[in-house]
Ligand binder design. Sequence first.
Ligand SMILES: NC(=O)c1ccc[n+]([C@@H]2O[C@H](COP(=O)([O-])OP(=O)(O)OC[C@H]3O[C@@H](n4cnc5c(N)ncnc54)[C@H](O)[C@@H]3O)[C@@H](O)[C@H]2O)c1
Length: 435
Amino acid sequence: MQASSTSASKPAHALPSYLNAHDLGPWGNYLQQVDRVTPYLGSLARWVETLKRPKRILIVDVPIELDNGTIAHFEGYRVQHNLSRGPGKGGVRFHQDVTLSEVMALSAWMSVKNAAVNVPYGGAKGGIRVDPKTLTRGELERLTRRYTSEIGMMIGPSKDIPAPDVNTNGQIMAWMMDTYSMNTGATSTGVVTGKPVDLGGSLGRVEATGRGVFTVGVEAAKLTGLAIQGARVAVQGFGNVGGTAGKLFADAGAIVVAVQDHTGSIYNAKGFDVPALLEHVGNTGGVGGFKGGDKLKNEEFWGVDCDILIPAALEGQITAKNAGKIKAKMVIEGANGPTTPEADDILNDKGVLVLPDVIANAGGVTVSYFEWVQDFSSFFWTEDEINARLVRIMQEAFAGIWQVAQENKVSLRTATFIVACKRILHAREMRGLYP
Ligand SMILES: NC(=O)c1ccc[n+]([C@@H]2O[C@H](COP(=O)([O-])OP(=O)(O)OC[C@H]3O[C@@H](n4cnc5c(N)ncnc54)[C@H](O)[C@@H]3O)[C@@H](O)[C@H]2O)c1
């Protein structure tokens, strides 16, 4: 009797003890998204708790010697959210605000994304709590190598395959690949993706996420009657994802009217010269100070008159505070988790179509999958082959999700979760619980 009254006062599956119920951060947003999809999972709903706790979490201390002779310690993570459909797959982020909650959420969104485009991976993510801009190149290399050694027990070409994310790039992937290879005694190109092309990287990988953002944007525009020619586009984050997406939209005849990054916000009603803006970012590190437009107050960015808004920086950017100001007809989530659940509802009520991260930015992992396959066979494809396969996968996945959204009268986010979570949980059910 005692036991049942105690269990009746608690939820059937309490939060893991390492989480604070009052401060769940991005993981809390992800949990709400899972709750929204649960009613659509049918008999697979009995497995849904699988999605609500990561499979494996590793927190590591990453000590390095700085150039001035002192020792600095950084906090590093690798989280494998779900491995039901294959090895873990997901990027590594170097950012001063990285937290466990963030890495957990990002790893879970990778599980969903990989299943949404049907690549044979589970979901994982990693990060180091560091502002890499404060490190010299030598310090950054030592940090990357030590982190790779610390998580070495968890990663591997058939276990978990990291890739670039915010503030990490081909050079970091090259150091990760080399460190893992040195530790295991054999060159292992397939341990990470997003490598330089000369080291087993894939053509088209750098632009892949932005190309995927553009591809689903074009598909959604066709379905909703929005003309890309002349469409006004605002982009937050002009790095790998936002910069490429902005360029592809401009090449297709759209005009990029506003851009915001960590150095400021700029506006030009006639549209920026995007190649010149990309060159400025390459030379100076940000859009701030670009002469081809006017300075905009950061808070004014969200209210800019535009047709398409592409958040391509960090999570939690579109919130209940600024969602009401958004004038775009379509939001394409290049970033992971840029929209909070409250903001999602506000946008939905306003009739703004949101193309969610879990499908919109899946182009990167799709070409990472191609890279991994090419590494295994040591046979490399042409850029045209890669782009054509990427576009086909993105178009087919998006069409399927669109149909599920129409059939169930749900948002594209919930539709993507329905498709993906069913695939993950079906795999779990078929594999069964071991032992
Ligand atoms: N690179 C990929 O293949 C990939 C794949 C899927 C999703 N993503 C997601 O896309 C987003 C961007 O990643 P990326 O690879 O382009 O990173 P990046 O480092 O190349 O660019 C990040 C951009 O965000 C901007 N930014 C940072 N802090 C900001 C702030 N406070 N306000 C405004 N802008 C800010 C930076 O100035 C920069 O322009 C992330 O959410 C990442 O998880 C990336």
